[in-house]
Each structure stands twice: as structure tokens, then as C-alpha cells.
Design a protein around this ligand. Structure first.
Ligand SMILES: Cc1cc2nc3c(=O)[nH]c(=O)nc-3n(C[C@H](O)[C@H](O)[C@H](O)COP(=O)(O)OP(=O)(O)OC[C@H]3O[C@@H](n4cnc5c(N)ncnc54)[C@H](O)[C@@H]3O)c2cc1C
Length: 373
């Protein structure tokens, strides 16, 4: 490590990049984050964060801001397209995890504030094109930024990963969701508790109803990618209301916005090459069936900082220790999330939150052992 303050150059100001940068600065490092977009902001609609992610947010100094204005759902219900309840699972301390939901922008704003407080430096409109194992990040135009540690947190299509030639096993699914935010209404969920997360399903469609705050509702409308009418943007309200008639008043609030994304799993033989670490979706993307992609990104970003800091001058040893310790849980979570995406388990309203599925949610992440929430 450098004689002076050790330094990290990070590609991508998503949840993984913000978490890694904040955790490194909290440990006396300097960290600069390059974001390709001109603004620092979140993309997408809502997000689930479980106990593991909440613990990481506490360690980063973002927990209180996140909890103010987010939503804690008491239960997760499965209901069919006749609006009959098929299952109900209760979450909270008795299950070893809360199920907290919020808008992505809410989570992002809280994490950005924590990063700024920790002293993270940001460079926007800075597109990373490659990284070099000896410790360099290269941005468009060819400028090379030297560092003790380089982090590729540049998402599922990661330029950093591709430039290093890391063999990547990518699995794409023929199923995905349109994600939207709408306002909450008074009688949105006839026959049940409007604070629950509700998975409404029919043979070909699924609507995930997710309250994010007192006024905001996240909707995930799921369909196969070959079903062009159901996946169209603007949303075909006639099709969705035709299947879920009782949700028509909610669908009426949808504007022209929304985005359809299919799922993807990435598996790499190693999360690092030389002094370059890959974290978040660049290293271990997974289908959102357990709501743990960002949770694993947060855990692995914090533990990355813990490991390389603990290794002192030997960053490579820190990276080896990091993967050895953290990979098994992420591999496990990825494989369950992938199996659920392949079989659509849990989409038919049945229980999917068994002990194996809850392992990540109940995990005490590295770097949060002393935290009491
Ligand atoms: C439909 C869906 C629902 C999901 N729901 C949940 C959920 O409820 N809970 C959960 O935990 N996870 C969920 N996930 C997964 C979660 O969104 C991701 O795992 C998480 O966002 C990964 O964060 P990241 O920082 O690694 O990547 P990203 O969020 O993709 O961030 C990458 C950042 O890098 C920037 N970037 C990209 N390329 C470059 C470049 N070349 N140079 C510089 N910057 C660059 C991007 O602009 C972006 O800001 C869901 C995913 C999907 C698809």
C-alpha cells in the first residue's frame, strides 16, 4: 500500500460503488468514484432491503435516513387473479428479518449523503473503459488513474470486467418485469391489508404490489419476454386490467413511463484480478426473486473494505481473504434466486421464504458484527 493514505479508484456510482467508497473512506482511505452519467441518481422504481442490507446501511451511516420515509411491510401475501388469498407470510423480528421497501431514489439519496459525509470524491460524466491489474482505471479519452485498489462496480455489463477478460457465465431468462411508481390510493387492495406486499398472479402474468412509503407504490408487472403486448411501454392497461380487474383503479394511475427488464445471472471464476476487485452486479448479478441483488452488493462492498484494510500493505491478500469469506453466501443466494426464476417458484402464491431462501436476509454481514438495530 502507498506510504501515504491508501487510495481507491472506483467505476460506477450505483449501490455497490457508493458502499465500497464510503466504507473505504471510513477506514482512512481516499476514494474517487467515476460515474458515466452526468447526474448521481438511482434508476428503477422500488427496492426491498432485508436485515442484512439494513445492517450494512447502519455501518455506512445511512440507516436512519433510509428508515425515515421507507415502509416496513408486515406480511407478504400471495393472491390469485380472483383476488383469493393463497398464502400469507409474516416478517419482522420473529422471522429474523424485517422486509423494508422504499423507492430506489430514497435509498440512493441516503447513501449519497453518507458517502459525502465520509469524504468520497465523485467524477460524473466519467466513463470507465478499462482497468489494469497493476492498479489503474482508464477513462474515456485514455486517462489512467492509479490506485492501490481499483473497484469495478459498473453494473451487469461492466467494462472493467470485460477489459480484464474475466470468463463470465451469463444466464439470461425469458421472463422479466416492468417497474413503475404510482401514488397509493385509499382502497387499493380490497379484502386485505394495504401495507402488505402482495404477489397477485395468474398463469401468464404477475403483479407485485409494493408500498414504499405512505404515498408511494411500486408496481412490478411480470410477463414473458415473448409476450410483446404485456411487456409494451406505455403499459397496456387494458391487458393488465383484463387479468386483474380489481386492480384497474391502480393501473389507471400509470402514465407513459416504465421499463421492461429481463433477469440475468453472472458467475465469475474470481471476483478479482491483481489489484482490481469486481463487486455488485458486475461480479454477481442475480434475478430479483429474493430481492437480494443489492443486498449482496452492499454486503460484499463493505466486506471488501474491511478485508483490504485489514490486510495492510498486502492488497492482494486482502482480496483473496475477501472472496474466500464472502463468496459462499453470495453463490448460495444466486443459485436459489436463479432456481426460483427458472421454475417461477413462489410466483403461484405459495411459500418461497424457507430457511435457505432467508439465509442472506438473516446473515450478519462482515463489518456489522457489533451493530445493534
Ligand atoms: C427487476 C429488478 C428488481 C430488483 N429488485 C431488487 C430488490 O428488491 N432488492 C435488491 O436487493 N436487489 C434488487 N435488484 C437487484 C439490484 O437492482 C442490483 O443488484 C443492484 O442495483 C446492483 O448494484 P450495482 O451498484 O452493482 O449496479 P448498478 O445499480 O447497475 O450501478 C452501476 C453504476 O455504474 C454506472 N456505470 C456503468 N458503466 C459505467 C462505466 N463504464 N463507467 C462509469 N460508470 C458506469 C451506472 O451508470 C450505474 O450508476 C433488482 C433487479 C432487477 C432487475
Amino acid at each position: 500500500m502507498s506510504a501515504n493514505r491508501p487510495h481507491a479508484e472506483i467505476a460506477g456510482a450505483g449501490f455497490a460503488g457508493l458502499a465500497a467508497a464510503t466504507a473505504l473512506c471510513q477506514r482512512g482511505w481516499s476514494a474517487r468514484v467515476h460515474e458515466a452519467n452526468p447526474d448521481l441518481r438511482a434508476f428503477g422504481a422500488g427496492i426491498f432491503i432485508w436485515e442484512n442490507g439494513l445492517r450494512v446501511l447502519k455501518a455506512l451511516g445511512a440507516y436512519e435516513d433510509v428508515m425515515t420515509g421507507s415502509h416496513q411491510a408486515p406480511g407478504y401475501e400471495g393472491r390469485n387473479h380472483h383476488n383469493e388469498r393463497i398464502s400469507l407470510e409474516v416478517f419482522g423480528p420473529q422471522r429474523g428479518s424485517r422486509m423494508v421497501t422504499m423507492t430506489r431514489q430514497h435509498l440512493y439519496s441516503a447513501m449519497l449523503l453518507a458517502a459525502e459525509r465520509a469524504g468520497v470524491e465523485f467524477v460524473t460524466s466519467s466513463k470507465v473503459v478499462s482497468a489494469r491489474p497493476e492498479g489503474e482505471l482508464v477513462t474515456a479519452g485514455g486517462r489512467a488513474w492509479r490506485a492501490d485498489l481499483v473497484v469495478g462496480a459498473d453494473g451487469v455489463k461492466s467494462n472493467v470486467r470485460q477489459s480484464l477478460g474475466v470468463m463470465t457465465k451469463r444466464t439470461k431468462y425469458n421472463y422479466g418485469v416492468i417497474r413503475l411508481l404510482v401514488s397509493r390510493g385509499k382502497n387499493d387492495t380490497p379484502r386485505t391489508n394495504p401495507d402488505n406486499v402482495i404477489n397477485y398472479y395468474s398463469p401468464d402474468h404477475r403483479v407485485l404490489y409494493v408500498p414504499c412509503s405512505a404515498s408511494e407504490l411500486y408496481l412490478a408487472l411480470a410477463a414473458r419476454d415473448r409476450d410483446k403486448a404485456s411487456t409494451a411501454i406505455p403499459v397496456r392497461k387494458d391487458i393488465w386490467s383484463g387479468t386483474f380487474l380489481f386492480l384497474a383503479p391502480i393501473f389507471e394511475r400509470i402514465g407513459d413511463e416504465g421499463r421492461y427488464d429481463t433477469y440475468e445471472t453472472n458467475k465469475l471464476p474470481s471476483w478479482s484480478v491483481g489489484r482490481v476487485a469486481l463487486v455488485g452486479d458486475s461480479a454477481h448479478s442475480m434475478p430479483p426473486t429474493l430481492g437480494q441483488g443489492a443486498g449482496c452488493a452492499l454486503m460484499n462492498a463493505l466486506s471488501l473494505a474491511v478485508s483490504v484494510h485489514a490486510a495492510g500493505d498486502d492488497v492482494l491478500a486482502g482480496l483473496r481473504a475477501w472472496q474466500q469469506q464472502e463468496r459462499p453466501l453470495t453463490d448460495h443466494t444466486q443459485s436459489i434466486a436463479s432456481r426460483y426464476a427458472e421454475t417461477r417458484a413462489g410466483s403461484e402464491g405459495g411459500s418461497k421464504w424457507d430457511a435457505a431462501a432467508m439465509l442472506a436476509a438473516r446473515h450478519v454481514p462482515t463489518g456489522t458484527e457489533d451493530i445493534l438495530l
